[in-house]
Write a protein that binds this ligand. Structure first.
Ligand code: ARG
Length: 578
């Protein structure tokens, strides 16, 4: 039996777009250009278009005349989502949405609940979101924390927008440094002590630092390190055992961080996974003539020296970080199909490297540049004070998380974990990822301003209103499960307010953030929404407002849904109480 066809409901914007485009075609325009915008100033409508101006040449008419025709055509359609349409200036058309429209929107939010804002934008498309990617036996840095938080948000946004998302952690678990690490462990390490430690990475790093200090005095240590790495490459049992230990110990500590942050991966294919896939890569690049020998090393040269050459193999035959990246991407397209998208969330300091990588992959025929996205993040700098980054002074992530939670516990010890970690996440997400962050604890963990706690607080406030209403008289609008249409007859007189207008925009904001790999649009939006809700809350009675109560509660409820969905897509938990 065939399932019932699901009617496709076009948004008001899509309908206007389709109607105007079709109408312009019937008037003779070949490729009508129609864009519907959200004007910065709502006086200019809820949507506006310059279609009459943009197509006037093609139509051989005057802009205002064409605008008048378009408006008449739209008015004839008698759309119930429109209050009025007007022509402004040289021929702009401004659309004002009706109360009915906003009432339907609130009912939709109530019906869709946690799905409100999702879409099918990415339907049928697979994307690998690779993020976090810390290095084994090295500190999980504040930079890796940024990658973890931003990458997780991007993966969430893309799933919410209909993509099939595969989350990958490209662990740095291979390289010559493991030879040195093994030497240090054998000479000065205490395996049992590391095994028992809660922070084994700290001990591994101390050993690594000691190696370098000792090697200054005794250069033969470096040779020993190289020898152990050669053994590791050849599969020597002892070398393999100690290397594997480093991974297991590090992962204990890294996994604890992921768990606290609520971040998961579908796979963790570290660099070592590709060690036996290097020969193919080297063959692909040499046979195609893209890589050439130069002083014993193998280098990729770019046409017109667009980028500096990229080394594929060292003089001594060793492969590099880049070689393993090529193998990784070849493996990915082999396994998930040649049309997949691949997102690398990695610090901006690797921007040139990713340009070189993507260009070379297109040259050799692995992935096209259009399938690739380097989401680059800026650096975090600390304001002077407790967490200063004085040289040689590692910032341990556990300490950063602990400080955030400690600060959040002054609001409420019960929600300190969610609020503290939410604050850290929001701080990494609220500006364009590429920008540097001047980390300021007073800004990060604050109940006011553009912060995670402010949004969580606003959500909790909305929930408490709904709870009060539910408690007082079993409010009709107290819960999203209570699907039904919203009582618009009690909607305030005049144009539907700014809060309704904000709520309506959530789906398009999610879409834009997803398209641009830019979670900060969601943050900016949520902050504005929270401010709008607080204005609404402070200027009106909600519970006990007589005939207005039901409608105001439904607005409160819709705000709670959108705040919650928005925070969730950023990976931030919204506690019910604060
Ligand atoms: N492990 C690397 C680092 O800490 C990041 C890896 C990024 N991903 C990649 N495919 N190269 O710098």
């Amino acid at each position: 039996m065939n399932p019932k066809p699901v009617p496709i409901l076009l948004s008001a914007r899509d309908q206007l777009h389709a109607t105007i485009t079709k109408y312009l075609s019937t008037l003779g325009a070949d490729h009508p250009m129609v864009v519907l915008e959200r004007p910065a100033n709502r006086e200019h409508g809820d949507f506006a278009t310059n279609a009459a101006l943009a197509n006037v040449k093609a139509m051989n008419s005057k802009p205002r005349e064409l605008a008048t025709k378009i408006v008449q055509h739209i008015v004839d359609k008698k759309y119930d989502f429109l209050e009025r349409v007007e022509i402004a200036g040289p021929g702009f058309i401004n659309f004002h949405l009706s109360k009915k429209y906003f009432g339907n929107m609130l009912s939709t939010i109530r019906k869709e609940g946690e799905k409100y804002g999702n879409s099918i934008m990415g339907k049928g498309k697979t994307v690998i979101v690779e993020f976090s990617s810390p290095n084994i036996a090295k500190p999980f840095t504040i930079g890796h924390l940024r990658s973890t938080i931003i990458g997780d948000a991007i993966a969430r946004m893309m799933s919410f927008s209909g993509y099939s998302v595969l989350r990958d952690n490209h662990l740095g678990d291979w390289g010559t440094q493991f030879g040195k690490q093994i030497v240090a462990m054998k000479k000065w390490g205490d395996e049992n002590a590391i095994e028992r430690s809660k922070q084994p990475v700290r001990m591994l790093v101390e050993l690594y630092v000691k190696f370098h200090a000792e090697a200054e005095k005794d250069p033969t240590l470096e040779d020993e390190g190289r020898a152990w790495f050669a053994k590791l490459e050849k599969g020597d049992a002892e070398a393999r055992r100690l290397w594997k230990k480093c991974i297991d110990w590090s992962m204990v500590q890294f996994n604890a961080i992921y768990k606290r942050l609520g971040v998961s991966f579908d796979m963790m294919l570290g660099e070592s996974f590709f060690e036996d896939k290097m020969d193919e890569v080297i063959a692909d690049f040499t046979q195609s003539g893209i890589a050439k020998e130069s002083q014993g090393a193998l280098l990729i040269f770019y046409p017109g020296d667009k980028y500096p050459p990229l080394m594929l193999r060292k003089k001594d035959g060793a492969t590099l970080y880049a070689t393993r990246d090529f193998a990784t991407d070849k493996y990915r397209i082999g396994k998930w199909g040649k049309d997949i998208l691949i997102v690398n969330e990695v610090g901006a300091e690797q921007s040139l490297y990713f340009h070189q990588l993507y260009e070379a992959e297109e040259m050799v025929g692995y992935c096209k540049k259009a399938q690739r996205k380097h989401v680059a993040h800026g650096m975090i700098r600390f304001k002077e004070g407790k967490m200063s980054t004085r040289k040689g002074n590692t910032i341990w992530l556990e300490d950063v998380l602990a400080e955030a939670v400690k600060r959040a516990s002054t609001f409420n010890p019960k929600t300190a974990e969610e609020v503290g970690l939410g604050a850290l996440k929001y701080n990494d997400l609220k500006r364009e990822t590429i920008k540097d962050v001047l980390f300021d604890w007073d800004e990060v963990v604050n109940l006011k301003g553009n912060s995670g706690p402010y949004l969580q607080y606003t959500y909790a406030r909305a929930k408490s209103v709904l709870k009060k209403a539910g408690g007082a008289k079993g409010a009709k609008a107290g819960s999203v499960k209570n699907a039904g249409s919203v009582p618009t007859q009690t909607m305030e007189a005049g144009k539907p307010g700014a809060l309704e207008y904000m709520l309506d925009q959530f789906p398009e904001i999610v879409a834009r953030s997803t398209e641009e790999y830019a979670p900060h649009h969601i943050c900016t939006y949520l902050f504005a929404l929270a401010q709008e809700f607080n204005t609404f809350y402070n200027s009106r009675k909600i519970v006990g407002s007589g005939e207005h109560e039901a409608y105001r509660l439904s607005l409160t409820e819709a705000t709670a849904v959108v705040l919650r969905n928005g925070l969730k897509v950023l990976g931030i938990i919204a506690p019910e109480k604060m």
